[in-house]
Design a protein around this ligand. Structure first.
Ligand code: NCD
Length: 302
């Protein structure tokens, strides 16, 4: 595997191998990337994805070039995206890229001398997040087939939903998309003919095995889209959330997921609920990204 651009590249067999490799790296240390350099180039804010890729590369012995403020690079002088990628690829063995435009990772792969890993391309895809989400579901629920997964929130703009739903469509999974109508997306949801759309989380709360919450992706909204006028004419952001009361109605073995960062949609008081697994997702990201770095750098058989 040269690049990781979207989840469509992975067969079920490969997904299984990556999950097994992540399991292995949970308990084993290896410095097989000692002669490799991994560049993390992020044009958009990030905490978990940026840091977990750096930690994963360092755990495997690689050197890391972290670039999180492109305003301090020649991008600020007007250098093209392609020239930036080409240049960094001459100093690295792999580039992990986050960028606000859909298709940026593919564009980078076309000029890069080394593999590109898509760490989020606008509202497009976030394949490495989908793999860590799949790994978390497998670890917590033991199997994927037969599950009912409800995606809640900003269906239209959440790249984490876009990638995970595509991965889950390889399995016998029932999917529900839940959220305000303005944030739903007919075109995307129609890719999953057996899925359902609901405006109200109450429609799925007692049926879902996995509830996958997301934040309103306000950075992608047109000014004032994503804002509703309340009865006093004031603007008000969407305030859908999962509450303690809803958790009482949910299955006792349901798992509550979120790619994070969370805003109002999961109150902190739910962190203590054993069904809340979002910080397990954070930790799993490290092992899955170790497995992925090894795969693109051709060291996955060592
Ligand atoms: C997500 C992203 O960047 O798409 N964050 C992440 O990588 N864990 C979700 C988000 O920003 O809401």
């Amino acid at each position: 595997m040269k690049n990781i651009i979207n989840v469509g590249q992975f067969s079920k067999e490969e997904l299984l191998q990556i999950c097994d490799a992540a399991d292995y790296y949970k308990t084993h240390q290896s410095k097989v990337l000692i002669d490799k350099t991994v560049t993390c180039l992020f044009y958009q804010p990030s905490t978990r994805t940026f840091v977990s890729f750096i930690a994963a590369a360092q755990n495997l012995g690689a050197n890391v070039i972290p670039i999180q403020g492109v305003e301090y690079s020649s991008v600020a002088k007007g250098e093209s995206f392609e020239d930036t990628i080409k240049t960094l690829s001459l100093y690295s063995d792999c580039i992990v890229l986050r960028h606000p435009e859909v298709g940026a990772a593919q564009r980078a792969a076309e000029v890069s001398e080394v593999p590109i890993i898509n760490a989020g391309d606008g509202i497009g895809e976030h394949p490495t997040q989908a793999l860590l989400d799949l790994y978390t579901i497998r670890t917590e629920k033991k199997q994927i087939d037969g599950l009912h997964v409800a995606f809640v929130g900003d269906i239209k703009h959440s790249r984490t939903i876009h990638s995970l739903a595509k991965v889950l469509s390889l399995y016998d999974v029932k999917m529900s998309f839940v959220g305000p109508e303005e944030l739903s997306c007919e075109k995307f949801m129609s890719e999953f003919p057996n899925s359902e759309y609901h405006e109200d989380i109450g429609a799925v709360i007692d049926k879902a095995d996995v509830i996958y919450m997301t934040r309103v992706q306000k950075e992608y909204h047109e000014p004032n889209v994503g804002m509703k006028l309340d009865t006093f004419g004031r603007t008000k952001t969407y305030d859908y959330k999962i509450t303690k009361e809803l958790m009482v109605k949910a299955k006792s073995n349901m798992i509550l997921m979120h790619p994070l960062p969370r805003l109002q949609e999961i109150p902190v008081e739910l962190d203590k609920d054993p069904r809340s697994v979002y910080f397990k997702q954070v930790k799993n990201g490290l092992f899955v990204r170790e497995a992925l770095l090894l795969k693109v750098l051709g060291k996955d058989d060592e």
